[in-house]
Design a protein around this ligand. Structure first.
Ligand code: CDP
Length: 795
């Protein structure tokens, strides 16, 4: 009713509301070693589960001999698909309605697939037992790489699907094919580039794990698990097992990073729950690092072709793209079911482009299933990479400055709300403002001069300047268009203000390190005039929290954050009635003052009452017109998604002798609308940029021709360390979302989405005078050196 908080004006009530740099409440327990992760859970009589995995990528199982394993002292049970079949638990649905074996029944489809489970009194005994399970495999030819998979003579991986005679998974298209073709025919200039967004692994510090805990007395199954989406997991568990949903409790305790890796259901979770159900004892399963990399949801693996059509002076008229996607052995991408290519069709980016057309073909291969939203909103990362790379390719073709060509094509502030050529409704943006700020922070012009000087002086180290002006799309729903396994993507918050004036807030999303226990409390503090320290936020327990769709795709702030604000305002409405009663005034004469956080009689600011006094009134002196108590709940279905954006400028030195790339400057200007906690946002940006650097420079899950994972551990799958991470210079602009109750957009994934193209553009920029238009990620020194050599620039 008061229009909500205004940009940058809401800071500083001093109660820890919107815009204040409140220290993270949860860190007290984390930094004192009192976090409670799945592996910290210990139950009386708890058994341990170890999974036997296939060493082959493609093989038929002829026989499994459990006898030697069962003779190991302490081994309680060995489970195979046959045992699970008895309980109708042998298969589980993926989030895209495919069917995946929990334990392999008949045919192995990727290396490290789950073949058997050994349950023992301790983890080491379970491991000893697992080594003694003898599996007889009939090894088949593996199919690695989407292109190979679609060859006519490729062995068929999914012969479990009736009538399936090839490895084709799905086709998808978007946009206007004819109009786009016409635009390309008539354009002054066209450019085309092939680029691979390589297979990545989200790599949370904590691997996946679960403790299944069936209570035969209550006939209730509790599963403590590393889940980014506990409620939807409860629904899926109910559907798979046939156990009624109210007899299942999913608890997601502290989660050590998710990044999309903990959205799918994995066989290990199901095995731990099933084993507990059958054995009537708690069963713990916690995977090792290499199991996490080799068998849980990978990200990306999009082999893309991008094309742009433009006028001679750089006005982009059309964009076209074609993608070959590797989905692994099952279609287990984690995204809303109506979006088989996720949000990839936002590939027109920050630009006002009239026509666009995109196609995608996905294939099954003998690799782990995946395609999870790794710190990204369902393939927006791939889309942003495509358009931001292509704009640089076009700028080079036209010999234009990459900042200038962006400025020329940006959607302008007055065009919002803006509908893109592929049907997205952007809420708000001011792209030029963010770019200008980044250019200024980066001393862009000076570096351009320095770059030229080095070329002229034939210097040993070349300078490259990369720009990325990305737009993100975060905050799925709306429920009508976005669902997970049929459940609409809304979210929720419940507020209970207690008689002594403090509150418990429960949300349907699940933090994995993002700081929700602090920021959700800040939203409620802002909206109710409470102190942030008087509010506790709870999440991750399906028995107590309201139903929500979980945390991924930066949806917590846009959806559950909105629910927290709306629920607070419901409490505020009731608080008015109580204030009127306490102040002996008419309810319509009661005003709420955001600055003081107090309710007062209109025109008489000294006749005021705090939320703490109101809370007491709600329980000890409630007006006869109202129910006692002071609580509210809101299920929020967003009308639209939010579109955060930013401009990143990366300046690199490329060593002509070694191909080594060093960061000279790294500027990130982000806009996530109204900001709840600038310090937490800064942390989110730093972490995401580090992951973007990992993507651009180091990380790749690789396979050999036999389907062996050659990038399946941290010796071979290289994560960036503090040694590879430069100082970041961050800045921000504020363009509120017009439809969000507190004007906020999501931010968690912006840096991972926006930074890889900026980094690649920088490295390409260092060599573009030698005719180089693209360098594939990860840009290891040898990859870069080959490009230097190709351009005649190597020393
Ligand atoms: O869904 P997820 O929590 O991963 O992403 P998010 O909604 O972008 O939020 C990440 C963190 O940044 C949360 O602690 C948010 O409350 C905080 N944030 C903020 O302080 N202000 C914003 N406008 C957006 C997010």
């Amino acid at each position: 009713e008061d229009g909500g908080p205004q940009p940058e004006k809401h800071c500083g009530h001093g109660r820890g509301g919107m815009g204040e740099e409140v220290k993270r409440k949860e860190d007290q327990r984390f930094i004192t070693g009192r976090g409670n992760y799945v592996d910290d859970i210990k139950k009386p009589g708890m058994l341990h589960c170890e999974i036997v995995r296939s060493p082959h990528a493609h093989a038929r199982i002829e026989d499994i001999d459990k006898s030697r394993a069962l003779s190991v002292d302490g081994v309680v049970a060995v489970l195979t698909a046959e045992d699970l079949l008895e309980h109708d638990l042998a298969t589980m649905p993926t989030l895209m309605d495919d069917t995946q074996d929990v334990l392999v029944n008949d045919k192995v489809k990727f290396q490290s697939q789950e073949v058997a489970a050994v349950i023992a009194t301790d983890r080491y005994t379970a491991k000893d037992g697992a080594e003694k399970v003898v599996v007889d495999y009939d090894v088949l030819d593996p199919v690695i790489g989407a292109e190979n998979a679609l060859e006519d003579d490729a062995p068929v991986i999914r012969d479990d699907i009736e009538g399936k005679e090839d490895n084709h998974c799905l086709d998808w298209e978007t946009g206007d094919e004819e109009a786009t073709a016409e635009a390309f025919e008539e354009a002054d200039v066209t450019v085309k580039e092939d680029m691979l967004y390589q297979r990545l692994h989200p790599a949370p510090i904590e691997t996946c794990g679960a403790v299944g805990d069936y209570d035969p007395g209550k006939d209730k199954l509790t599963v403590h698990m590393t889940s980014q989406a506990p409620h939807i997991h409860r629904t899926l568990f109910a559907q798979v097992s046939g156990i009624p949903e109210h007899k299942i409790r999913i608890v997601s305790p502290d989660v050590g990073g998710g990044f999309g890796n903990k959205v799918p259901i994995y066989p290990g979770y199901v095995v731990a729950a099933a084993a507990s159900y059958v054995l009537e004892e708690p069963v713990k399963w916690v995977e090792e690092r290499s199991e996490n990399i080799q068998s849980t949801g990978f990200a990306r693996d999009y082999d893309m072709t991008g094309e742009l059509a433009a006028t001679e002076d750089g006005e982009i008229q059309a964009v076209r793209t074609d993608v070959l996607a590797d989905h692994g052995a099952f279609n287990a991408v984690a995204q809303p079911s109506k979006f088989p290519a996720g949000f990839f069709n936002i590939f027109t980016g920050s630009y006002d482009i009239d026509t666009a057309y995109g196609t995608l073909t996905a294939a099954y291969t003998n690799t782990a299933p995946g395609g999870v939203a790794y710190r990204c909103s369902f393939r927006v990362t791939e889309a942003v990479y495509l358009i931001e790379r292509m704009v640089k390719v076009l700028a080079d073709e036209l010999d234009m400055d990459p900042a200038e060509i962006r400025r020329k094509n940006f959607i302008q502030p007055e065009q919002f709300p803006y509908e893109s050529a592929t049907g997205w409704n952007y809420d708000s943006g001011d792209y030029e403002k963010a770019l200008d700020k980044a250019l200024e922070m980066a001393d862009y012009e000076d570096y351009r001069e320095e770059q030229q000087r080095r070329i002229e002086e034939d210097a040993d180290k070349l300078l490259g300047i990369g720009v990325s002006s990305f737009t993100e799309v975060v905050g799925a729903g709306p429920g009508k268009s976005c669902d997970i396994a049929g459940v609409e993507m809304f979210d929720s918050a419940e507020i209970r203000v207690h008689p002594t004036g403090n509150a418990t807030v429960r949300v349907g999303v699940q933090t994995q390190g993002q700081g929700h226990e602090t920021t959700f409390a800040q939203i409620v503090a802002e909206e109710l005039g409470m102190d942030v320290d008087d509010i506790t936020v709870e999440h991750g327990d399906t028995d107590t929290d309201p139903y929500g769709l979980g945390t991924y795709g930066s949806r917590s702030t846009p959806v559950a954050g909105a629910a927290a604000a709306v629920a607070s305002r419901k409490v505020r409405e009731k608080a008015k009635a109580i204030a009127a009663n306490e102040l002996e005034a008419a309810e319509e004469d009661i005003d709420w003052d955001r600055e003081s956080g107090e309710f007062h009689v209109a025109g008489a600011p000294d006749r005021s009452i705090t939320i703490t006094e109101i809370a007491a009134g709600a329980y000890m002196n409630h007006p006869s017109s109202e129910e006692p108590g002071l609580e509210a709940i809101n299920y929020y279905d967003p009308p639209e998604m939010t579109y955060p954006f930013g401009s990143y400028i990366v300046i690199v030195e490329v060593d002509r002798e070694t191909g080594e790339v060093e960061f000279e400057k790294f500027v990130a200007v982000d806009d996530c609308g109204n900001r709840i906690n600038p310090m937490i946002i800064e942390g989110q940006i730093h972490g995401g940029l580090a992951q973007g650097i990992g993507t651009a420079m180091l990380e790749h899950v690789t396979f050999d021709d036999n389907g062996n994972v050659t990038g399946g551990d941290f010796m071979n799958y290289l994560l960036p360390t503090s040694m590879e991470i430069p100082e970041f210079e961050t800045g921000h602009t504020v363009t509120p979302s017009p439809h969000h109750p507190i004007g906020a957009k999501g931010v968690g994934e912006s840096p991972t989405v926006g930074s890889p193209p900026a980094i690649v553009n920088a490295v390409v920029d260092a060599m573009s005078h030698g005719g180089i238009s693209h360098v594939e990620m990860p840009m290891t020194p040898d990859t870069v050196w080959e490009k230097l050599d190709e351009a005649g620039l190597a020393m």
